[in-house]
Ligand binder design. Structure first.
Ligand SMILES: NC(=O)c1ccc[n+]([C@@H]2O[C@H](COP(=O)([O-])OP(=O)(O)OC[C@H]3O[C@@H](n4cnc5c(N)ncnc54)[C@H](OP(=O)(O)O)[C@@H]3O)[C@@H](O)[C@H]2O)c1
Length: 187
């Protein structure tokens, strides 16, 4: 189920997906989902979770793909964030919606590559979050989607993962090149 404030704008999408998916309010969608995905405008993430309803988030895994991108335009291709360096959007959300289990994932790759990424080798998805059980769920999903997973630790590690979106977008804004993903090389 895809949550939205405006069913109208998703009418064509719904026609295409038919019975395979549904549209709901943020509240209906959060109540319906066993695993939730937060993929909203960063400045509206808190508002969207308020609309989802605190009770509907309780003990749920929330895959957090959002980035704290400010409304100000990029500077020489570098996105501007509304968070400070020693904080992150996911930490703020985890603190406020403390009964949900946030896991940062999918935030530093374009939507075209989130499922079945086609590169010469398997790309790496960096994840983090406070709940090992929630990270296990997300790791399984990422494996099915064709990703290698690098668990970077607890919620604070989102301070390092969220800015990867700036790096990912740089070739895009500077050279209109959007066909890449990150890979962690290890010995
Ligand atoms: N697009 C990508 O390739 C990509 C890749 C990685 C990460 N991300 C991250 O994913 C998030 C979503 O990106 P996007 O590309 O889909 O576009 P977006 O414009 O950043 O987000 C659109 C979503 O935000 C919601 N929204 C906007 N304003 C709202 C408000 N005032 N209150 C509640 N909800 C609001 C919209 O809900 P309505 O349907 O109700 O308008 C819609 O669900 C962003 O944080 C982005 O950084 C995107």
């Amino acid at each position: 189920m895809l949550g939205t404030r405006s069913h109208d704008k998703l009418r064509e999408w719904k026609t295409n997906v038919g019975h395979n998916a549904n549209i709901g309010t943020f509240n209906e969608t959060a109540a319906y989902g066993e695993v939730l995905i937060l993929a909203v405008k960063g400045t509206a993430a808190d508002k969207a979770l308020q609309l989802a309803g605190m009770d509907n988030l309780e003990e749920k895994v929330v895959i957090d793909a959002t980035n704290p991108i400010a409304d100000a335009p990029p500077v020489n291709g570098v996105l501007q964030f509304f968070t400070a360096q020693n904080n992150s959007l996911m930490e703020m959300l985890q603190e406020k919606y403390s009964k949900a289990h946030f896991v940062k994932a999918f935030s530093c790759v374009g939507s075209a590559y989130m499922v079945n990424p086609v590169f010469d080798s398997k790309p790496t998805m960096f994840i983090c979050g406070n709940s090992d059980d929630a990270k296990d769920v997300v790791t399984e999903i990422l494996g099915l989607f064709g990703w290698e997973v690098a668990d970077m630790g607890e919620a604070e590690s989102a301070r390092a993962i969220e800015p990867l979106c700036m790096l990912w977008c740089l070739p895009g804004f500077r050279e209109n090149s959007w066909t890449h993903a990150f890979k962690l090389l290890k010995l």
